[in-house]
Design a protein around this ligand. Structure first.
Ligand code: A3P
Length: 319
């Protein structure tokens, strides 16, 4: 069904308003999702049960995709790309919260939010699409339309710690259990969106077959300007040093933690409980050292080496 630009704009505005006004309303505590496998990849049950609209999603040639395993710096990259697309006009990036500006492709309806596919169909181009799908589950139309994809990867240990705290605070995610149990599930690929190993390797192996820019969270922390330049070049956008500096300032951890349009504070409290853990938690490299015991670290390293033996993909767990 075709809609006019005005109607689409009104739809987005309504969703944004709804989201803002419900932000601190008393909310029923959300029922956590269980997982159901799609081709061996555990996803939220309602995503798996309504998989067809995702598979059949019609990408457009100017769609830009940000793909990650959860907690790799998706939101950070979404903010950077939105800044670049708006020529560094950071005021324009404050038009709506991240999840409206850059919809989450495969997410099911989580009231008051519509499904990602519904939201994307009502989003004007160029659309900035977020996904956590592993390479093999991406809708084919993204390849047919030759869309540009930015993949961001983060070292396994920091991803795991960040994901654990996120599952504690996000009441849509499955019950995380204890830290010990969580670590075990991570190694077995039993968390939502599956195995970190399969995810980062799958996209790594695909990067030369498509228009994929493969970035690392650790590199972004080390030298954000250098990495933002890579993104600009990939998107074919030339911006002045002054604008680049502005984008850097706008997308520091501290600036984003303070930005209500980027820190997920507009999500209803019943869904994201920031009193348990903030979405913008620490934004650091090496925080895993505060959580892994010596024996957990030894076990992790042994397993890690086995799982990564056949790839030339390398990560840094400290910088
Ligand atoms: P921590 O939990 O380690 O703090 P995602 O957006 O993929 O869910 O990733 C969230 C992680 O990225 C969180 O990690 C969050 O703090 C971190 N993050 C978000 N914005 C950031 C920024 N501007 N700089 C550094 N880290 C950032």
């Amino acid at each position: 069904m075709k809609q006019s630009v005005a109607a689409r704009g009104a739809f987005i505005h309504k969703i944004a308003q709804m989201d803002d006004t419900t932000s601190h309303a008393p909310e029923a505590v959300f029922q956590r999702f269980t997982l159901l496998s799609v081709q061996g990849v555990p996803l939220f049950r309602p995503i798996a049960e309504a998989w067809e609209p995702v598979v059949d999603f019609k990408a457009k040639p100017d769609d830009i995709v940000i793909a990650t395993y959860p907690k790799a710096g998706t939101t950070w990259t979404q903010e950077i790309v939105d800044c670049i697309l708006n020529g560094g006009d950071v005021e324009k990036t404050k038009r709506a919260p991240t999840h409206i500006r850059s919809p989450f492709l495969e997410i099911c309806e989580v009231p008051p939010m519509p499904s990602g596919v519904d939201l994307l169909e009502n989003t004007p181009s160029p659309r900035l699409v977020k996904t956590h799908l592993p390479y093999q589950l991406m809708p084919k139309s993204f390849w047919e339309q030759k869309c540009k994809i930015i993949y961001v990867a983060r070292n396994a240990k920091d991803s795991l710690v960040s994901y654990y705290f996120f599952e504690l605070m996000n009441r849509a995610q499955p019950e995380p259990g204890t830290w010990e149990q969580y670590l075990e599930k991570f190694m077995k690929g039993e968390l939502a969106w599956g195995s970190w190993f399969d995810h980062v390797i799958g996209w790594w192996n695909a990067k030369d077959k498509h228009k994929i820019l493969y970035l690392f969270f650790e590199d972004m922390k080390e030298d954000p300007k250098r990495e933002i330049r890579k993104v600009m070049k990939f998107l074919g956008k030339e911006l002045s040093e002054e604008v680049l500096e502005k984008i850097c300032q706008h997308t520091t951890f501290e600036a984003m933690k303070d930005n209500s349009m980027a820190n997920y504070s507009s999500v209803p409290d019943g869904l994201f409980d920031h009193s348990i853990s903030s979405f913008m938690r620490k934004g650091a490299v090496g925080d895993w050292m505060n959580y892994f015991t010596v024996s957990q670290n030894k076990m992790f390293d042994e397993e890690y080496d086995k799982k990564m033996i056949a790839t030339d993909l390398k990560f840094r767990c400290s910088i």
